[in-house]
Design a protein around this ligand. Structure first.
Ligand SMILES: [Fe+2]
Length: 261
């Protein structure tokens, strides 16, 4: 893999990323909310940013664009002209080729109607914004639950060894939700403890691998016969959802439960 990824913490629990290569010192910025730490990293490492990739219009993913554009001349790829600073509007299936890394755009409406994710097959990177999180998914603000489910199923079709870089550090809270409210695991205390330790040691749970999520993320398992059975059998869900409910009913049930967690 030519591309390296720098994880940049933003605001309270947001992540921006800088994807860069050392040979020609070029970089791409993902979902910037605060320009300062991003500019600092670029200057310290002599990296010239050539583009910004934005996943959706929420302020906490785009508020750094203006400050970065003041400092550097670069392209801004986003799903909508309404995102200030956009130079290239991109949609489903479009390819964006930089010399050191290439992305394909996948439309993932649900969290917002304009939401897109950026996928690099060669480098096995998915920039997922607020569509999929580790053990969770984004809230459905603008789209329908059905749209969000379809979007997550598109992501589920990507290879297991895809490394996902998402927009927020929600991993521990999401895992707590899964283990306390969704399924039974005898060793849940140990699993939670390990997760907590991993985040504090690394400083972040990013990136996470998609293959693991295909087994453990409830929002990717609404059509899995065994996972559904586990959910409907779990004592807190008894009588709430039947194992033969539809995939969409399962998704809606879990999403609403997570909203109130
Ligand atoms: Fe968002």
């Amino acid at each position: 893999m030519n591309a390296k990824v720098e994880i940049v913490k933003q605001l309270v629990d947001n992540y921006s990323y800088i994807i860069y290569e050392k040979k020609n010192c070029l970089g791409i910025i993902v979902d910037p909310s605060e320009e300062e730490p991003i500019i600092q990293f670029l200057e310290k490492n002599y990296i010239k940013p050539v583009a910004i990739l934005a996943t959706h219009h929420h302020t906490d993913h785009i508020s750094g664009i203006k400050g970065i554009k003041k400092k550097f001349s670069l392209q801004v790829f986003s799903p909508s002209k309404s995102i200030s600073g956009t130079t290239n509007v991109v949609t489903e299936g479009q390819k964006i080729n930089f010399n050191f890394v290439n992305f394909e755009v996948i439309a993932t409406p649900g969290h917002t109607l304009d939401h897109i994710v950026y996928y690099s097959k060669k480098d096995k990177i998915l920039l997922s914004g607020d569509t999929i999180f580790s053990y969770g998914c984004g809230r459905v603000f603008e789209g329908t639950n059905e749209q969000m489910l379809n979007s997550l199923n598109k992501i589920k079709n990507l290879p297991d060894d895809t490394m996902v870089y998402c927009g927020h550090e929600y991993t521990y809270k999401n895992l707590e939700f899964v283990l306390d409210e969704i399924i039974y695991r005898e060793d849940k205390k140990i699993v939670k403890q390990k997760c907590k330790e991993m985040i504090s040691k690394k400083g972040s749970s990013m990136p996470f691998d998609l293959g693991h999520q295909k087994h453990w993320n409830p929002f990717l398992n609404c059509n899995d016969i065994y996972y559904r059975q586990e959910i409907s059998d779990f004592h807190k869900n008894k009588g709430e959802i039947a194992s033969d409910a539809s995939e969409l009913e399962f998704f809606t049930y879990i999403r609403e439960k997570r909203n109130g967690f």
